[in-house]
Design a binder for this molecule. Structure first.
Ligand code: HEM
Length: 390
């Protein structure tokens, strides 16, 4: 995909969709329809690329890529039966109660960050709010102490390049360097929590890993902590940034949300649909099978375009229109099936706190300069969103 396509992939998705719900291109099957995307993600015969597959595919390059090796030991890159065991452990430490318990911390952190937007001059909403809020929340969850967070932030941002499709050599190198640093850091954090556990998620996973034979191995523990860190911040940053940019383009909708903050949940679902923070995922068939009318087998990579499925006119009326009042809105932005996002409730909670806060606290919130998109396809969001709050 060209850089222009990455800035605005929706015309390309529409062009692909014109070929039907799936498009078979050599060893790739591209899925654009909502129905097929949902079916692929829910089909137990569809596997994620796991450690063994990646080792075969990448050969010695696999071991030379610390960012890939770190992440493949997590739920996201693991298939049954290991996936079920791992997911049970991670979700057991990441309960609705734990998420609900973060509300006060999110409220406080969001209010503290909002104070800094009020400088009277132009500020970068990404830099000052959309990045630090989810990062503070995930640090809180994992138990990364305040004093380490300044160090943690650039490492976490670089590490996010690890999941980028056809990443540039520079992005890949930064992700690898970050992964190596992150791994060392997490080893220290785990050792510390084993010595003196607290009530954070790292303690819970680390002590379970030490005492339960069905529990996570050492590398799995590091992989899942790294995944939570990665999955927990840039995605939510993008939800906040993309949502604010959409509101700037739709002033009447912005005014309605400001007047009625309890509409926030419906707005957040529509932000997720209209400009999904994660645009793409992929699967590999375990066996010969059909997807739509295409015959596929284990040699085919099935690319699921979540961002295209969310704009499928067969599923959503006026799919290219931002309409927070649409009924029956169920975007595929958090995936579906066995790998459905474990952090969906947390991401929704953060966004449902952030938008009403920004709009009611800053009645004049407006753009102040050109927004800059990150040149990325998988994790879609802004690098800079200059605004004026007062
Ligand atoms: C999985 C999106 C926030 C943790 C996923 C998947 C998607 C996704 C699409 C499935 C990938 C696949 O099937 O291949 C998002 C979006 C978010 C978000 C759009 C924010 C708006 C979070 C947060 C956390 C999190 C805040 C944790 C703190 C995870 C984990 C998985 C996952 C652990 C892997 C689950 C598994 O493989 O079983 N996410 N995510 N996510 N997400 Fe999220």
């Amino acid at each position: 995909m060209t850089a222009r396509g990455r800035q605005d992939p929706y015309p390309l998705y529409a062009a692909l969709r014109a070929h039907g719900p799936v498009l078979h291109l050599g060893s790739q099957l591209i899925v654009t329809s909502y129905e097929q995307a949902s079916a692929v993600l829910r089909d137990p015969r569809m596997l994620v690329a796991d450690r063994d597959m990646l080792r075969r595919q990448l050969g010695p390059a696999y071991a030379a890529r610390p960012s890939q090796a770190l992440l493949t030991d997590s739920v996201l890159n693991t298939n049954p039966p290991d996936h079920r065991r791992m997911r049970q452990l991670v979700s057991g430490a990441f309960t609705p109660r734990r998420v609900a318990g973060l509300r006060a911390a999110i409220d406080a952190q969001a209010a503290r960050l909002a104070d800094r937007l009020d400088s009277g001059g132009p500020v970068d909403l990404i830099e000052e709010f959309a990045v630090p809020l989810p990062l503070a929340v995930i640090c809180e969850l994992l138990g990364v102490p305040e004093s380490d967070r300044a160090w943690f932030r650039p490492v976490a941002v670089d590490f996010a390049g690890a999941v980028e499709y056809a990443a540039s050599a520079e992005t890949a190198k930064r992700a690898d360097d970050a992964a190596a640093q992150l791994r060392d850091y997490l080893i220290g954090l785990v050792a510390d929590r084993r010595r003196s556990p607290t009530d954070d998620l790292t303690s819970q996973l680390a002590t379970a890993a030490a005492s339960d034979s069905a529990a996570l191995s050492g590398t799995e523990l590091l992989g899942n902590l790294a995944l939570l860190l990665l999955a927990g911040h840039e995605t939510t940053t993008n939800l906040i940034g993309n949502g604010v940019a959409v509101l700037f383009d739709h002033p009447a909708a912005m005014a309605r949300l400001r007047a009625a903050p309890d509409l926030a949940p419906a707005y957040v679902e529509e932000f997720l649909r209209f400009d999904a923070p994660v645009q793409v995922t992929s699967r590999v068939p375990a066996t010969a099978m059909t997807v739509g009318d295409a015959a596929v087998d284990g040699s085919v990579e099935v690319t699921v375009l979540l961002g295209a499925a969310n704009r499928d006119p067969e599923r959503f009326a006026a799919a290219d229109t931002f309409d927070p009042a649409r009924s029956d809105n169920a975007p595929l932005s958090f995936g579906a099936g066995a790998h459905f996002c474990l952090g969906a409730a947390l991401a929704r909670l953060e966004a449902q706190i952030a938008f009403p806060l920004l709009l009611t606290r800053f009645p004049k919130l407006r753009p102040d300069g050109a927004p800059v998109r990150r040149d990325r396809l998988v994790l879609r969001g802004y690098a800079h969103l200059p605004v004026r709050a007062g």
